[in-house]
Write a protein that binds this ligand. Structure first.
Ligand SMILES: C[S@@+](CC[C@H](N)C(=O)[O-])C[C@H]1O[C@@H](n2cnc3c(N)ncnc32)[C@H](O)[C@@H]1O
Length: 221
């Protein structure tokens, strides 16, 4: 347990180098400190909303953006047949995701990329059937501008399931950004589903009642 690091540190990051520095210190204890101690359930909800709507061929790959140590990938492989790739800014978090395997010992992630989603990615347009993202669109992390590039990575008719911290959704005005993409006929009208981030039955902390909005939409032709 690393008592020195917490959500207050994560939410006050200002730059990509701050993000890298924090997660390089946090990677070893992230799952124990954050996922277990905080009663984190957000990944289950973002993946569940994705799998409930995804009408994809089993061979189409899904990209987990800001995959961290890989709890979203584990959940996705439990619930669906698709190959999963992961992308993250932190090499230390990616190293943890590399170690994740399913019951048969097969790595959860097909490919893992170290990349900044706020910069141009070296991935072809329409390479994925879907994108999921959990805990990355939040205070001190990634804002609405990154969504445009993620839409381009998904083939028309595929599905994005982006978990956005609800307070940050309002603060960074994701609503206006998404409306602009709809007006430009770039995406379908997003469905916004409110989900809990933490399970109050297993955890007591200042953020236990925080909610996420899962934005679900498809790229248009
Ligand atoms: C709170 S963690 C969530 C990790 C994982 N998705 C989960 O739910 O446990 C946020 C992750 O976003 C990554 N991240 C933050 N900013 C990023 C950026 N600009 N590009 C790529 N990854 C980023 C961090 O390195 C970190 O692993």
């Amino acid at each position: 347990m690393n008592d020195d690091i917490g959500l207050h540190d994560a939410y006050s990051l200002k730059s990509a180098s701050d993000v890298k520095r924090l997660y390089s210190r946090w990677a070893d204890t992230f799952e124990e400190d954050f996922i277990v101690e905080h009663g984190y359930v957000y990944h289950r909800h973002v993946v569940e909303e994705f799998t409930r709507r995804a009408d994809l061929d089993p061979t189409e790959a899904i990209l987990d953006v800001g995959c961290g140590t890989g709890v979203g990938g584990v959940e996705l492989r439990r619930r669906g047949p698709w190959p999963v790739d992961g992308l993250d800014l932190s090499p230390e978090m990616l190293a943890k995701a590399t170690d994740k395997v399913d019951g048969a010992g097969t790595p959860i992630y097909r490919h893992l990329f170290e990349a900044n989603v706020l910069e141009p990615l070296n991935i072809g347009d329409g390479s994925y059937g879907g994108v999921i993202s959990i805990g990355t669109f939040t205070h001190g992390h990634v804002g609405p501008d990154a969504i445009d590039q993620l839409v381009s990575l998904v083939r028309p008719g595929g599905l994005l399931s982006i978990g956005i911290n609800e307070a940050f959704f309002a603060k960074a005005d994701f609503g206006t950004h998404l409306e602009r993409l709809v007006s430009a006929r770039f995406i379908t009208e997003p469905e916004l589903v409110q989900v809990p981030m933490y399970d109050p039955a297993v955890a007591e902390h200042d953020h236990v009642d925080d909610t996420g909005l899962v934005a679900l939409f498809s790229p248009l032709e």
